[in-house]
Write a protein that binds this ligand. Structure first.
Ligand code: ADP
Length: 196
């Protein structure tokens, strides 16, 4: 059985920077955000179920998901989010499992901003939190995405509190220095994970 590492962290913590580094070491990374988009692509069963639940309005003319309309449904109707998650979560989980099983690298990583929130950590053997202060998160995410501080603050508020993630994670890397500093911490952990 291949060792599965769950990699998480709040927005702007440096998850992507960390997962890119692991990829350069030859480790396969399954990205939960990418899987979440794949399962609602045209022709996927989950998109057909969303169509059945929310009507023709949630499809664009080319048959793809109209994210704007879907967001409006969720905004207007508190039950809509639950309906959507009831459709998408099992599909996401199934696809993640398949992709993790298909990996042939020495170990495999599942990167997910909501690893603990969506119980995806249950699919992993061990977890690594990329941790950063809220100040750094806001600074990095606003520089990367050009989003306002208020928008990023809202996203941080919607995610699990940092302290709770620190409590749940098996390993923590505080990403508060240069990228080289982050990579040197990751290298030590990587050597350890290779032995698992
Ligand atoms: P996440 O995937 O957790 O949202 P990213 O890895 O995309 O975060 O990092 C957010 C931004 O901050 C990116 O532009 C990234 O290059 C940059 N960044 C991450 N860590 C550092 C660091 N230690 N020093 C400087 N920039 C960093």
């Amino acid at each position: 059985m291949t060792f599965i590492l769950g990699l998480t962290g709040g927005i702007g913590s440096g998850k992507s920077a960390a997962s890119t580094w692991f990829e350069t070491q030859g480790i396969t990374v399954v990205d939960a955000d990418i899987v979440a988009r794949e399962v609602v692509e045209k022709g996927q069963p989950a998109l057909q179920q969303i169509h059945a639940a929310f009507g023709d309005g949630v499809l664009l003319e080319n048959g793809e998901l109209n994210r704007q309309v879907l967001r409006e449904h969720i905004f207007k109707d508190p039950n809509a989010r639950q309906t959507l998650e009831y459709i998408t979560h099992p599909a996401i989980r199934q696809s993640i499992i398949q992709q993790l099983q298909a990996a042939t690298s020495r170990y495999v990583i599942l990167v997910s901003p909501l690893l603990f929130e969506t119980n995806q950590h249950e699919l992993t053997d061990h977890s690594l939190l990329i941790d950063a202060t809220e100040e750094l998160q806001i600074q990095r995410a606003s520089q990367r995405d050009g989003q306002s501080i208020e928008q990023i603050h809202k996203i941080i508020q919607a995610q699990m509190p940092r302290q709770q993630k620190q409590h749940l994670a098996n390993d923590i890397v505080l990403n508060d220095g240069h990228l080289e500093h982050l990579y040197s911490h990751l290298k030590v952990l990587h050597e350890r994970y290779l032995k698992r």
